[in-house]
Design a protein around this ligand. Structure first.
Ligand SMILES: C[S@@+](CC[C@H](N)C(=O)[O-])C[C@H]1O[C@@H](n2cnc3c(N)ncnc32)[C@H](O)[C@@H]1O
Length: 354
């Protein structure tokens, strides 16, 4: 525990986002540097590890978008935060059935964790895929960015409004390694940024994804230059209601936020209205945010499941439909997860959004 908190050494207090950045992504002690987070034996389960059907439909969406772009001879495909590489493995398999796409595609994986990069490399086993730290070396061709549970894994800032003034939540540490919440006056630049968002007006408690928006700016710059789009799926909401949405999970169970630091995953819920406003401000086009259920059903997940189920034994069929239910049920992931599509190109017609 003490070693996990070494990052506090120089500073006695840190804003929530910098604190979480260390707890999750420190190269030595961070959660993502030392744990294998995914799957039933890990700490949490994501859609690609629940069912291959999810990855198949995202792959079909990517290939159909390439078609709608006019089947360019080259296309950059960038996965943001590929986790254990499950989705890309399926994309590689499905691509073989579409030879023109297969030879046009160049796949790039944007991953911050060296530990996960190793896991991805050994799971995917494909020497044509490139791991990247920025988007500067993509090919001179259109680009499709996509990410599942990428944005919710990027640490956020938190602010409280007290008598009309904004204060930023920080964590401080004492000599016994006890962590306490303290409030500091918000800095001018953050204040200005926050005040520019209509969706954050009049809130008493504000979550602001400063690091996440920096990532989005780099993506917007790239899709403006090369032409293209970004598809993101995440746990999130449309109406902020003064709630602290940070959540910590260990072995698929809820955990107290400040317990098991470096051993538990910590995420927040994504404010999709804020993202929508941000992209519009940055002169992007955005499709109406829809639920994961709506997106997957429009993409044909039910008929795909029926086709696969025909060749299965009863036990496997039951398993398939149980997993499908998990992805689609409004009480499970169906409504809680949302899908946003951002683009800066002529094509306005995308499967799943019409
Ligand atoms: C919650 S996991 C989701 C993994 C995978 N997409 C899935 O659905 O199973 C978040 C992923 O984003 C990566 N990540 C988080 N912040 C990042 C950043 N700033 N740059 C690149 N990758 C990042 C994490 O290391 C991890 O691979």
């Amino acid at each position: 525990m003490k070693s996990n908190l070494k990052f506090f050494k120089k500073k006695k207090s840190l804003p929530v986002d910098k604190f979480l950045q260390n707890v999750l992504y420190d190269k030595k002690f961070g959660y993502y540097s030392s744990q294998v987070p995914f799957g039933e034996k890990g700490d949490f389960i994501t859609a690609p590890t629940i069912s291959n059907l999810f990855s198949e439909l995202i792959s079909i969406w990517i290939i159909s978008t390439w078609e709608k772009f006019g089947k360019p001879e080259k296309i950059n495909i960038v996965e943001l935060g590929p986790g254990d590489g499950s989705l890309i493995k399926i994309l590689l398999d499905i691509s073989k059935k579409f030879p023109e796409f297969n030879s046009a595609k160049n796949i790039f994986l944007y991953e911050t964790s060296d530990n996960l990069k190793k896991i991805q490399k050994s799971n995917i086993k494909n020497n044509k895929i490139k791991w990247i730290k920025n988007f500067q070396n993509l090919n001179d061709a259109p680009v499709i960015f996509f990410g599942n549970e990428f944005f919710d894994a990027i640490p956020i800032k938190q602010f409280k409004r007290i008598k009309k003034k904004l204060y930023e939540k920080n964590y401080s540490i004492n000599e016994n390694y006890e962590i306490k919440e303290i409030l500091r006056k918000a800095n001018k630049q953050d204040l200005k940024n926050i005040q520019s968002f209509k969706v954050l007006k009049n809130l008493q408690f504000i979550e602001f994804p400063k690091f996440g928006l920096t990532e989005m700016k780099k993506i917007i710059k790239t899709i403006s230059k090369l032409n293209g789009c970004l598809l993101m799926i995440d746990y999130g909401y449309l109406k902020p209601n003064n709630q602290n949405t940070l959540q910590s999970v260990i072995k698929n169970k809820k955990n107290k936020l400040l317990q098991n630091l470096g051993r538990a995953d910590i995420t927040s819920h994504v404010n999709f209205s804020l993202l929508n406003e941000f992209f519009l401000k940055n002169k992007c086009k955005v499709k109406k945010v829809i639920s994961q259920k709506e997106f997957l059903i429009k993409m044909g997940i039910n008929s795909r499941a029926e086709i696969i189920a025909k060749k299965m034994k009863f036990r496997d069929q039951a398993n398939l439909y149980l997993r499908l239910e998990r992805l689609l049920s409004p009480k499970l992931m169906g409504e809680l997860f949302k899908v946003i599509l951002v683009y800066k190109c002529k094509n306005n017609n995308y499967y799943g959004f019409n």
